[in-house]
Ligand binder design. Structure first.
Ligand SMILES: [Zn+2]
Ligand SMILES: [Zn+2]
Length: 304
């Protein structure tokens, strides 16, 4: 990982002066998988020319096709460009973003917390697709950023309880600080289980933990591509599998707006999740810290 000088962004779109950009687990995968086609960074916030703080939905959909209008801009029929993947993202001083992707933030959010709107929106979207969870027992597999955001989103949606399956001690502390439980009673089953880990083992565990007729939401990225399913158990229990992808909107609200409000209402989410902050030129160290989860990182933020 190196930080390089590039020309100022030019072309169509809105210039955002980046205040904070989060290092995502998918960034760690991307730098290993392929040569980068663009500047990384899909979790970022910054200011417009007039000083207003904004988050950015890191994609450039047409906003006019049937899928965009249905609230799934990530399925845009004209093809989707993603900022931080195939179009320059937010790990930079400036970023040029589509006007329709700019999300004005409510007052009360600081820039570092604003970089969390994107991962919280991932969780808000996953929980929205889960359907009604109010009064239900729920569980999350994975105590990283998406898992902890799912904890907060499930609480906001009225879940009676949220148990989080964690791997590390600092994830247990974060879970408890946010009002979740990190000790699963053996033999229990849950109405709704969110897989935020995205592995063969976590998917099997989610199917094992959910009650018959319950729902498993797939909120992590299954980087292996193909993952075996415990199909007999899945079918006998009639588990509903609900895949979730990025964020969009429903008839009444945009996932990014719901996420921003959640971060304003509960400042402890950002206080708990953001464990490290680095300047942009320390990007190599930032990625090393983000990669070493056993060393205590949850969300690492770059601040240009
Ligand atoms: Zn991400
Ligand atoms: Zn479209």
């Amino acid at each position: 990982m190196v930080c390089v000088e590039v020309p100022e962004p030019a072309g169509d779109g809105v210039r955002v002066k980046i205040a904070a950009a989060g290092v995502c687990g998918s960034d760690l995968h991307l730098v290993e998988l392929m040569p980068l086609a663009a500047t990384l960074g899909h979790e970022f916030a910054g200011t417009l020319a007039d000083g207003r703080l904004v988050a950015v939905e890191p994609y450039a959909p047409c906003r006019a096709c049937a899928d965009c209008l249905d609230g799934r801009p990530y399925h845009c029929q004209r093809g989707l460009q993603t900022l931080g993947l195939d179009r320059d993202g937010g790990m930079a001083e400036w970023c040029l973003v589509p006007e329709s992707s700019v999300v004005l933030l409510p007052t009360g959010l600081d820039p570092a917390a604003s970089a969390l709107v994107e991962p919280v929106a991932v969780a808000v979207h996953a929980v929205r697709l889960a359907g009604d969870v109010s009064g239900m027992s729920t569980a999350v597999i994975g105590g990283g950023t998406i898992g902890l955001c799912a904890l907060a989103a499930l609480q906001a949606a009225g879940a009676a309880s949220v148990d989080v399956v964690v791997r590390h001690n600092h994830q247990r502390e974060a879970t408890e600080r946010l009002g979740g439980r990190a000790d699963q009673s053996t033999g229990a089953t849950w109405d709704v289980v969110v897989d935020a880990a995205g592995t063969e083992a976590s998917l099997a565990q989610a199917i094992r933990m959910v009650r018959p007729g319950g729902r498993v939401v797939l909120a992590g990225t299954y980087w292996q591509g193909t993952v075996p399913l415990p199909a007999i158990e899945l079918c006998m229990k009639e588990v509903r599998l609900i895949p979730s992808m990025m964020y969009g909107h429903d008839a009444t609200s945009r996932d990014f707006d719901v996420a921003a409000r959640l971060l304003v209402t509960r400042p402890e989410i950002a206080a708990t999740l953001i464990t490290h902050r680095f300047p942009l030129d320390a990007v190599a160290e930032a990625f090393a810290v983000a990669r070493d989860r056993a060393a205590g990182s949850i969300k690492v933020i770059l601040e240009p």
